[in-house]
Design a protein around this ligand. Structure first.
Ligand SMILES: Nc1nc2c(c(=O)[nH]1)N[C@H]1C(S)=C(S)[C@@H](COP(=O)(O)O)O[C@H]1N2
Ligand SMILES: [Mo]
Length: 518
């Protein structure tokens, strides 16, 4: 250690601050790495990242969630995790600098982050007995690592360490961070090994439908390139939920409890459910966050037992008007009793397009109710149905400013041409989709450059519960054109031109695109 001149002092101090920040960052990396590793082994759903992210999702105001879905779509969760990592890195670097100024201060900041992770893990629905452990590990490791690293800096910030001392500090810091990265990788691999629920799922043999869905007519598909297919494959099906870590439920442990305003509480296991009559139905599921023209909608063939039968078994109190379905991870949806007890195919679904539900679509059991947006009906990983009243209980999204009821609005969209697409003059085709589940589509009209409305050809609907395709031939002339569409429902309604955003009960208005014809 050599004393040096005042002119070098700023540089030395800056170098010292950088090293302190690196110490903080590296302590955070090793803490997160070891905590994620512990979580992966003892309780995957208690991963600090997942619980803090999940907590933020639950706390975030609706507009923030809408913005995230609009900006990142199904990548919203990756964006959130990246955001948390960036904030954490900033705080950790700051903690390093604080710790250098005054021993114990930076460590206290990191310890506090550990406590946040610990508390967030313990208050999550379905928290297991060891939920607190990863947060504790994170806090303890961070404190020890930070104190150890900061102690390896020169005794005072304005003393410039020599090259050998700097090298050794760098090695320590890098070593600590590398330990964290290795732990993260091992933790991820361990989590992969516990992914055996996927193996359970793949090995499942589901019963054949007692009431199969009628075969889909060949004319249900118009065969226009670029148009969404009438049946959406599981791989292409949109996914929207609040689950940062997808619940991995073992069917062997799954039970559904029906309670609340009922004559007798009913509890049914997976084997009992599968032994019941299985109804098959095509139902189009749409998200209330789907913008006009958006793609948060899909159609699948579901297999399940009618919810109505189980409610009848429990004996619903005449005063009840709502079923609050709850998932293993604490999501809730409020569904009007009449939608679950009338003759529609409201299902406790176990299969999607002929396979067990994909894990991210609710394995082993979810709800599907024709005619209602997903947020008020389609609870994935469902474990509980509470029979209650709208004036007694509220659901997850209702508590965040969305409407307590969510019937699907009459909508249509243009898939072909793509908005802004350039096409050649001459014979062209305009095509799209239209839907109002459980009511059905009677027609679709299209107009170009605000000219007269023309009737499009419709595909043969699978059922009133599904969307339909439409197409219209178009003799396209050179220039820019505006194309708009509107749907007509089977009960005589015309899709409103009045625009509305997705909050509180779904977007409306006409889909309108610009096309440039060469
Ligand atoms: N457990 C759980 N179920 C859920 C949700 C959720 O966040 N958690 N989101 C709902 C919403 S808003 C929609 S639109 C549908 C989406 O279902 P999908 O991901 O299978 O397309 O699931 C519904 N069921
Ligand atoms: Mo949704």
């Amino acid at each position: 250690m050599t004393p040096q001149t005042v002119t070098d002092e700023t540089r030395t101090l800056r170098g010292d601050r950088l090293r302190s920040a690196a110490a903080g960052l590296s302590s955070a990396v090793v803490a997160v790495g070891l905590a994620e590793l512990v979580a992966a082994v003892v309780e995957p759903s208690a991963s600090p990242f997942a619980v803090i992210g999940g907590g933020l999702i639950d706390l975030a105001p609706s507009w923030a969630k809408d913005a995230a879905i609009a900006l990142f779509g199904t990548g919203d969760k990756l964006a959130l995790i990246t955001g948390i990592a960036i904030v954490l890195a900033g705080v950790a670097a700051l903690a390093g600098i604080l710790e250098r100024r005054r021993a114990g201060v930076g460590a206290a900041v990191l310890a506090a982050l550990g406590v946040v992770a610990l508390v967030a893990a313990m208050i999550r629905p379905g928290a297991g007995p060891f939920a607190w452990l990863p947060g504790l590990v994170a806090g303890a490791v961070a404190v020890v690592a930070l104190r150890l690293l900061v102690r390896r800096l020169s005794p005072v910030p304005y003393l410039r360490p020599d090259a050998e001392e700097r090298r050794r500090f760098l090695l320590w810091t890098a070593g600590v961070a590398a330990t964290g990265v290795v732990a993260l990788v091992v933790g991820n691999a361990a989590r992969g090994a516990t992914r055996s629920i996927e193996a359970v799922r793949t090995a499942l043999r589901l019963p054949a439908p007692t009431a199969p869905a009628p075969a889909v007519a060949a004319s249900a598909e118009l065969g226009v390139p670029g148009l969404a297919s009438v049946v959406t494959s599981n791989a292409d099906f949109y996914r929207i939920d609040t689950a940062l870590i997808v619940p991995r439920l073992d069917p062997a442990d799954w039970t559904l409890r029906i309670h609340g305003m009922v004559e007798r509480e009913v509890r049914i296991t997976w084997d009992e459910l599968l032994a019941l009559p299985m109804q098959e139905a095509y139902v189009t599921l749409a998200c209330v966050s789907n913008e006009v023209g958006g793609d948060l909608i899909g159609n699948a063939r579901w297999l399940g037992h009618p919810v109505r039968e189980l409610l009848a078994r429990a004996g619903v109190d005449a005063d009840a008007d709502m079923v609050l379905s709850r998932s293993s991870d604490g999501f809730t949806a409020s569904t009007p009793i009449e939608a679950l007890t009338d003759d529609r195919d409201a299902l406790l679904a176990v299969a999607m397009n002929g396979e067990p539900l994909p894990i991210e679509h609710g394995f082993p059991v979810r709800m599907v109710v024709p005619g209602l947006y997903g947020y008020v009906s389609a609870t994935k990983w469902v474990t509980e149905l509470e029979v209650t009243r709208f004036d007694r209980a509220t659901a997850y999204w209702t508590d965040r400013g969305w409407s307590e009821r969510g019937p699907v609005k009459l909508q249509s969209r243009i898939d072909v041409p793509r908005p802004g697409q350039r096409i050649d003059a001459g014979d062209a085709v305009i095509a799209g989709m239209a839907w109002q589940q459980h009511i059905g589509i009677e027609g679709v009209e299209v107009r170009i450059d605000e000219g007269p409305w023309r009737r499009a050809e419709l595909s043969t609907p699978i059922s009133p519960d599904t969307w339909v395709q439409w197409r219209l031939p178009w003799a396209a002339e050179s220039g820019m054109h505006t194309v708009e569409c509107r749907a007509l429902s089977a009960d005589g309604e015309t899709q409103t031109s009045e625009p509305a955003g997705v909050v509180p009960d779904g977007a409306q208005g006409w889909h309108r695109i610009q096309v440039s014809v060469a």
